[in-house]
Design a protein around this ligand. Structure first.
Ligand SMILES: CC(C)(COP(=O)(O)OP(=O)(O)OC[C@H]1O[C@@H](n2cnc3c(N)ncnc32)[C@H](O)[C@@H]1OP(=O)(O)O)[C@@H](O)C(=O)NCCC(=O)NCCS
Length: 179
C-alpha cells in the first residue's frame, strides 16, 4: 500500500499494528535524504548524491521512502530487471539507526510487493557478515510463502577497488500476495 502525506499510514503486514511512519514512493528531491541515510548506515556502499537523485526520479515506482516527522528515516531503492521484468532487484535498503528493529525495512518491502502485482521474484545481494539484512529478507520470504535460495554472484575479485566482501545473491521466488 502507498500512502501520501495527506493520508495517514494504515496497519500493514510487517508490523501487524499501526505506525506513525508514512511509506511512499520517493520524489527526486528525496534522493538527498537517501544519500544521507546511506552515508550514515555504516554498512552500505555510498554512491554519489547524483546517483540517489536520479534513482529517486527514475525508479520511484519500485522504490520507497519511510518518513517520520517530515524526515526520511529509511529507504529502499529497487528496479525491475530489464531482462526479467517480473523480478524486483533491491539495490539498497537502509533504515536510520534510531528507527531500526521496528519493522520499518519489512514495511518498505511489503509496500513494494503490494503495489507491484507483476513481480513474482525478488533479488538482492548481501554480504555474509550482514545478519540483519539476511534476516530481513528471510523473514520477508517466510511472510509471503516464498522460497529463498542463496548463490555466489559478485565475488571479491570482481570488484576493481579494495575492501569489498563477496556479495551473495539472495533470490526469493514464488511470492504470494495476501498473506
Ligand atoms: C538491514 C536493515 C535495513 C534492517 O532494518 P530494520 O528496519 O531494523 O529491520 P526490521 O525491523 O524490519 O527487521 C526485519 C527482520 O530482521 C531482524 N533483524 C533486524 N536487525 C537485526 C540484527 N541486527 N540482527 C539480526 N536480526 C535482525 C528482525 O528481528 C526482523 O526479523 P523477524 O521478522 O524474524 O522478526 C537495517 O539494519 C540497516 O539499515 N542496516 C544498515 C544498512 C544495510 O546493511 N542494508 C542492507 C544491505 S544488503
Amino acid at each position: 500500500m502507498t500512502h501520501s502525506a495527506d493520508h495517514p499510514s494504515t496497519p500493514d503486514q510487517a508490523t501487524g499494528a499501526g505506525s506513525d511512519l508514512d511509506i511512499r514512493p520517493p520524489a527526486m528531491e528525496d534522493g538527498a535524504a537517501m544519500w544521507r541515510i546511506a552515508r550514515d548506515s555504516g554498512t552500505l556502499d555510498l554512491n554519489t548524491s547524483y546517483a540517489y537523485l536520479l534513482m529517486a526520479r527514475d525508479f520511484a515506482a519500485t522504490s520507497r521512502l519511510a518518513v517520520g516527522d517530515g524526515q526520511g528515516v529509511g529507504f529502499v531503492l529497487g528496479y525491475l530487471r530489464p531482462t526479467a521484468p517480473e523480478t524486483l532487484f533491491i539495490w539498497q535498503i537502509a533504515v536510520d539507526a534510531s528507527q531500526r528493529g521496528k519493522k520499518v525495512a519489512g514495511r518498505l518491502l511489503d509496500d513494494l510487493l503490494a503495489e507491484l502485482p507483476e513481480i513474482t521474484t525478488l533479488e538482492t545481494t548481501i554480504t555474509a557478515d550482514n545478519a540483519a539484512s539476511q534476516r530481513l529478507f528471510a523473514s520477508f520470504a517466510e511472510r509471503h510463502g516464498a522460497d529463498e535460495e542463496v548463490a555466489d554472484l559478485l565475488e571479491e575479485h570482481h570488484f576493481p577497488d579494495d575492501g569489498h566482501g563477496a556479495e551473495l545473491l539472495h533470490r526469493i521466488t514464488g511470492l504470494q500476495r495476501g498473506r
